[in-house]
Write a protein of this length. Structure first.
Length: 144
């Protein structure tokens, strides 16, 4: 019965186990990036931040969201991480004990860029003018 619940749910989000293992993988990858034990010249001198790891329900696949520290174009880093994926998979399997060594897929994290765009939009004169026009109405609601 519990098996049917987990398979039919889908929209309820990741399980506690998925979140816990994904966080352990994130910490393990961050430690590897901090040590910098890479032969690839594209990774050797570039600090990489692991912002998030998402685990599949069976924990066999992990999507790793990364961003180069200090910004820049992540395409070179993503190509280098794809080449280094077998090495990183081995490092993760030594640090995180799971039944299977997860397959790692690297993606660029665009959340910071989206937040910067939203901040710029909110600071634009047009939005500031609209927000300024709504403030007196909000003050009138507080009195009544």
């Amino acid at each position: 019965m519990a098996r049917g619940k987990t398979q039919s749910g889908g929209a309820s989000g990741p399980s506690q186990r998925q979140l816990r293992v994904a966080e352990e993988v994130r910490h393990a990858l961050a430690a590897v990036f901090e040590r910098g034990d890479f032969r690839d010249p594209d990774l050797a001198g570039t600090p990489v931040t692991v912002t998030e790891v998402r685990a599949s329900p069976d924990l066999k696949h992990m999507t790793v969201f990364v961003t180069p520290l200090g910004g820049g174009d992540p395409t070179v880093i993503l190509a280098a991480l794809k080449r280094a994926a077998p090495f990183l998979r081995g490092q993760v399997s030594q640090a995180v004990r799971t039944k299977f060594s997860p397959n790692l897929v690297f993606r660029a994290d665009t959340a910071l860029e989206a937040a910067a765009r939203m901040t710029a939009l909110l600071a634009s004169p047009v939005v500031a003018r609209d927000l300024g026009a709504k403030d007196p109405a909000a003050d009138g609601d507080d009195e009544g």
